[in-house]
Design a protein around this ligand. Structure first.
Ligand code: ATR
Length: 275
């Protein structure tokens, strides 16, 4: 069968193999999809081995390899280029590796199509300015948010992201220290890795407008702290990134197999499994 894999570190608990097998079943496609644990200094060799020795066809890439995946590719889609990171690598017929980033589009599709949110006119707050934040910032702009306020613990990377977007009237930055005084937002996206690292963000409740939607790019235990904060802050909706995970998998699946899987049954069964 065709060879696929997800690369990460750690990766043992990844549900990507399960998601891709569920999609493949929808079309009667046989595929081999493995989780490959590669330490950062072993990632480039592991990718080379997978694609060139094992005839790998495509790979998903997750923490902490997304920037390295982008860097090693021979070609990059515009979505990957503007994010500076990649979550999908595909071996082209000529043997070259193409890098794509589907995270931002996946997150917006989860919010709009699955959760029914119309982002146009929203004042959005993006917490974080690392790899994950860069991927979703552009897609929030694409989706028509009215303003995107980017706040990062280290202000330099927030400024760099806002500068790259280059729409100062819409995408602007504030200081983390000033969070209590910057008003409230309709959409708050947690793109920091604090939850994954087991750290609390200590956000002021004033950030959440009364009908606010809060979204954590992580899922499971890493999203608990932020989503609990969101509920106490009075947010109307609080979602984790499980839907985004399934949507980005569907984008990779479509790139590799040319078919669009039905994500909803897969999302629903993962929700039950994770509960
Ligand atoms: P990822 O790929 O998950 O985005 P990353 O590129 O290392 O990982 O980015 C991590 C993000 O989480 C950064 O925005 C980081 O802030 P700094 O740029 O100041 O390091 C943010 N972050 C991590 N731990 C945090 C914490 N305890 N409080 C606030 N922000 C945190």
């Amino acid at each position: 069968p065709l060879q696929f894999a997800v690369f990460g570190h750690p990766i043992a608990h990844s549900v990507s193999p399960q998601i891709h097998q569920a999609f493949a079943q929808q079309f009667g496609i046989a595929l081999d999809y493995r989780a490959i644990d590669a330490a950062p200094d072993a990632f480039v060799d592991a990718i080379g081995h997978f694609f060139h020795e094992e005839q790998g066809r495509g790979a998903n890439v997750t923490m902490p390899h997304k920037a390295a995946a982008f860097a090693l590719a021979d070609e990059r889609t515009p979505a990957a280029a503007r994010a500076g990171t990649a979550n999908v690598l595909t071996r082209l017929p000529n043997g070259r590796l193409s890098a794509h980033n589907t995270d931002g589009a996946a997150m917006v599709r989860d919010l709009t199509d699955r959760h029914g949110l119309d982002l146009r006119g929203h004042d959005a707050l993006l917490l974080g300015a690392g790899g994950a934040a860069c991927a979703v910032a552009w897609s929030l702009i694409d989706a028509g948010v009215q303003t995107l306020t980017i706040v990062n613990r280290s202000p330099e990377s927030a400024d760099a992201l806002a500068d790259a977007i280059g729409e100062p009237a819409r995408a602007r930055t504030r200081y983390w220290e000033d969070l209590a005084g910057i008003g409230s937002f309709d959409l708050i996206v947690n793109a920091t890795s604090a939850g994954t690292l087991g750290h609390a963000l200590n956000l002021p409740f004033s950030l959440a407008a009364s009908r606010a939607t809060c979204y954590d790019l992580g899922y499971g235990k890493s999203a608990f702290g932020f989503l609990a904060w969101a509920r106490v802050a009075g947010a109307r909706y609080a979602y984790d990134g499980l839907g985004m995970l399934v949507e980005q998998a569907a984008d990779a699946f479509e790139l590799w197999h040319g078919r669009r899987p039905d994500t909803e049954p897969v999302y629903q069964s993962l929700c039950v499994q994770m509960a």
